[in-house]
Design a protein around this ligand. Structure first.
Ligand SMILES: Nc1nc2c(ncn2[C@@H]2O[C@H](COP(=O)(O)OP(=O)(O)OP(=O)(O)O)[C@@H](O)[C@H]2O)c(=O)[nH]1
Ligand SMILES: [Mg+2]
Ligand SMILES: [Zn+2]
Length: 433
């Protein structure tokens, strides 16, 4: 990088291969159309290079003197948004069994964050580059801007099962070894000018890095040198384990009347295996000794609340867990979050206790969230017996609560709490957990 840039980090982390490197090492992507061929990415890709010449605005010039715009990782050569050398990444991992609701949850979460963060919390939330989040934007579009929003559409055709290869992955050659990396979804987060801590903009800005894995990637034996789809787990500041009660026979027995109207999943996944496998991978990736507790939070997110709401007394989620605070922006209602967490934990202890034990045996902070992407019970499609809904009727419940709560815990000063006195305090100040 040239010196013309704003203040640079001392090191940053590639969201593709998770290599950490100093900003000086970052490569640029050549712009002249003659400069084709990269040893990692193949003959059709523009060459990557370490620049020696810059223009006055700080952009590198390639071997043909053309101004370049894009940066690339020194290790995997995949492109990086410019913001990544200036603001720290904040990795969030979403994990769970196949069909537990990861892609639906991810799409509902980002769609709603785009609205809630600026409007309620005075936080900017933007795609880090126009191309980075294309697949996620398509998911959001299918759910929330669907051209057929008044038709009853089977849920499985709104967002399809996440594939194990294809457009969600990038292939990189290291010599003769090919490695598949999941494409990250990247968002720039920063307080706006009207945020009470706007002056601490630099400390409170982050690059949010998210991934949409296929559930199969979390199954034992699915992590290898060639398939590094879940290695973000080792960088993760917030682990979101999605548990789908409708795949658990014990849970189904308790809410059979609600769930049995719709086609049941044909398999009953042992979902704690996914969690235990992820825990084992994190221990290796983060070099954690066997007995040590993970220093970052693990949230257990129980999906599809719309079909098991009765087990929590029904109307519990009618309001989102935040409200006006005395800081001029909204604040999180941590008491409601704690109350919901206690209720969900009780229910899990009753029906699937091994999940609670696995989570709490691993992480020092575990919080339980109920969520629903639909916000109302789906109907059963008459022809095929599949769950279906009119896209117009989607009204996600609590889908942003886990991330907002995670940010309020991990980045003090960005998202205040509602009642605690002095909680939008300056960054660096530590509130309670
Ligand atoms: N009732 C209800 N069903 C949901 C909800 N979210 C997802 N589903 C159903 O669960 C199915 C799977 O959801 P996905 O988000 O595709 O699951 P996934 O975890 O991404 O699955 P893989 O991509 O296979 O790993 C969907 O096709 C829906 O039928 C929800 O909030 N409520
Ligand atoms: Mg998926
Ligand atoms: Zn990389």
């Amino acid at each position: 990088m040239s010196n013309a840039s704003a203040s640079l980090l001392s090191r940053t982390t590639c969201p593709h291969c998770w290599n950490t490197f100093p900003p000086e090492a970052v490569l640029w992507v050549s712009a002249h159309t003659d400069l084709l061929g990269d040893p990692r990415l193949g003959p059709e890709k523009q060459q990557r290079f370490l620049p020696t010449r810059f223009d006055l605005a700080g952009y590198a010039l390639d071997a043909r003197g053309v101004r370049c715009n894009e940066l690339a990782c020194p290790r995997c050569h995949l492109t990086l948004p410019r913001g990544l050398v200036e603001v720290e990444p904040f990795f969030v991992s979403i994990l769970g069994a196949p069909a537990c609701g990861k892609s639906f949850f991810l799409a509902a979460m980002t769609w709603q964050l785009r609205q809630e963060l600026p409007r309620l919390f005075q936080v900017r939330f933007q795609d880090a580059s126009p191309t980075a989040n294309q697949s996620l934007n398509e998911y959001e579009q299918s759910l929330f801007l669907n051209g057929r929003r008044d038709e009853v559409i089977p849920l499985a055709s709104l967002i399809r099962k996440t594939e194990l290869q294809g457009e969600l992955y990038d292939l990189v050659m290291f010599g003769s070894q090919q490695v598949s990396y999941p494409r990250p979804f990247l968002f720039a987060l920063a307080p706006t000018e009207r945020h009470p801590n706007a002056a601490a903009r630099q400390q409170l800005s982050r690059m949010l890095c998210l991934y949409d894995n296929a559930g199969e990637h979390f199954q034992p034996g699915m992590d290898s040198t060639q398939t590094q789809a879940t290695r973000h787990l080792g960088q993760s500041r917030l682990l979101l384990f999605l548990f789908d009660p409708t795949q658990d026979p014990r849970f189904r027995a308790r809410c059979s009347e609600e769930v049995n109207g719709a086609a049941a999943p044909s398999f009953a996944a042992r979902q704690e295996m996914v969690l235990l496998e992820a825990i084992a991978r994190i221990r290796v990736l983060a070099n954690m000794p066997g007995a040590a507790k993970h220093p970052h939070p693990l949230y257990v997110i129980v999906t599809k609340y719309d079909v098991w709401a009765k087990l929590l007394g029904g109307a519990f989620l009618s309001e989102p867990p935040w409200g006006e605070s005395r800081h001029g922006i909204h604040g999180l209602d941590v008491e409601r979050i704690a109350a919901a967490s206690r209720q969900v934990r009780e229910l899990l202890l009753d029906t699937s206790p091994e999940i609670v034990h696995a989570a709490e045996g691993f992480a020092s902070q575990v919080v339980y969230f109920p969520v629903s992407v639909l916000g109302r019970r789906p109907v059963v499609d008459a022809e095929k017996g599949l769950w279906a809904i009119k896209p117009r009727n989607l009204k996600p419940l609590w889908c942003t609560a886990p991330l907002l709560y995670g940010l309020s815990q991990g980045l003090k000063g960005l998202i205040p709490r509602r009642r605690d006195p002095g909680d939008a305090a300056a960054p660096g100040r530590r509130g309670g957990g």
